[in-house]
Design a protein around this ligand. Structure first.
Ligand code: NAD
Length: 289
């Protein structure tokens, strides 16, 4: 096995310790960050995700103030709930768990969250600030990728970074984060997608490849420059329930210089960065920025 394995679990654990220490310091000043997760309906996977976010929150010393709404909730009732949380001083950050039941407009719900509490970073103000190079809340998964690279000692400044996937959730915000004018960014980013011609010609010259396509076997060994760093965001589930990524790990590990596993790579960073954003929101709301 050639590549160094980037241990997302260990890096996330260290970040959570830092966050818990920050929460303890805020508590001395009478500030307890609170995260409200709005969950509509009975989707089992969403319940699992929200449950793990809430547990992580409480473990870090924060309040979790979740709201559970029935599947038949109307758009107006959902907006009324978000408005209530927007106005509640105990709530620092609000997330609306996706997917919403089909009759609901996800984008409208995301836009209803007050920009000061948009810790998922998916609303237009958060996206606009990120585009402007002045992010407040960056979406958790791409932020997690950036922190993973930094904490693993992978220099991205001046590097050629190729991102596969242009979603609003991962690829596009990551391109914005890594092109910002700062030390743990400053990368030259190529954002590839389904209409990209000859994907391998891009990935083969990359110092860092981030794969967020949601498609198994998107990156094979022949597509990787020897010694490059590979970050696998993808989560796919085999028939027996095991998770695997978008990268052909067994062969790419022989060529890459460093690589994230699935599970245990990017995944643990996502919830951690949500906690980070919630603390940031609480600090801002109390004038402690
Ligand atoms: P998405 O479906 O919204 O976007 C996928 C993107 O990949 C699209 O922009 C598409 O153009 C591109 N793409 C797909 N196949 C491609 C190909 N063959 N060549 C080039 N581009 C291709 O998905 P998403 O929400 O961005 O999520 C991507 C993956 O990351 C999924 O597997 C998802 O489960 C995973 N994910 C993981 C975490 C985590 O915490 N680890 C968080 C979010 C998403």
């Amino acid at each position: 096995m050639g590549a160094r394995i980037i241990d997302g679990k260990a890096i996330a654990a260290a970040q959570r310790e830092r966050i818990a220490a920050e929460v303890a310091a805020l508590a001395v000043q009478g500030v307890v960050p609170g995260l409200a997760a709005v969950l509509v309906g009975d989707d089992p996977a969403s319940h699992v995700y929200v449950g793990s976010k809430e547990r992580a929150c409480e473990k870090a010393g924060m309040r979790s103030l979740g709201a559970r709404l029935p599947a038949e909730t109307t758009q107006d009732a959902l907006h009324a709930e978000i408005d209530r949380l927007n106005a509640d001083a105990a709530v620092s950050g609000i997330i609306v768990q996706m997917p919403l039941p089909q009759h609901l407009d996800e984008r409208a719900a995301q836009e209803r969250v007050a920009p000061a509490k948009d810790v998922d970073g998916l609303g237009p103000v958060a996206a606009g600030r990120l585009l402007r190079g002045d992010p407040l809340f960056a979406p958790a998964t791409p932020l997690g990728c950036q922190v993973l690279l930094r904490e693993a000692g992978v220099a991205v400044s001046g590097a050629d970074v190729v991102i596969i996937g242009r979603s609003q959730l991962v690829g596009r915000p990551l391109a914005m984060l890594l092109t910002a004018k700062q030390d743990d960014a400053n990368a030259t980013v190529t954002l590839c997608h389904t209409a990209t011609r000859d994907l391998a010609s891009h990935t083969r010259r990359a110092d860092v490849v981030v794969v967020a396509a949601g498609r198994p076997h998107t990156l094979t060994a022949a597509m990787v420059k020897p010694g490059a760093t590979v970050i696998d965001v993808g989560i796919n589930r085999a028939e027996d329930g095991t998770l695997f990524g978008d990268v052909d790990f067994a062969e790419v590990v022989e060529v890459a210089g460093a690589i994230t596993p699935v599970p245990g790579g990017v995944g643990p960073m996502t919830v951690t960065m949500l906690l980070h954003n919630t603390v940031l929101a609480a600090r801002h709301q109390h004038g402690l920025a």
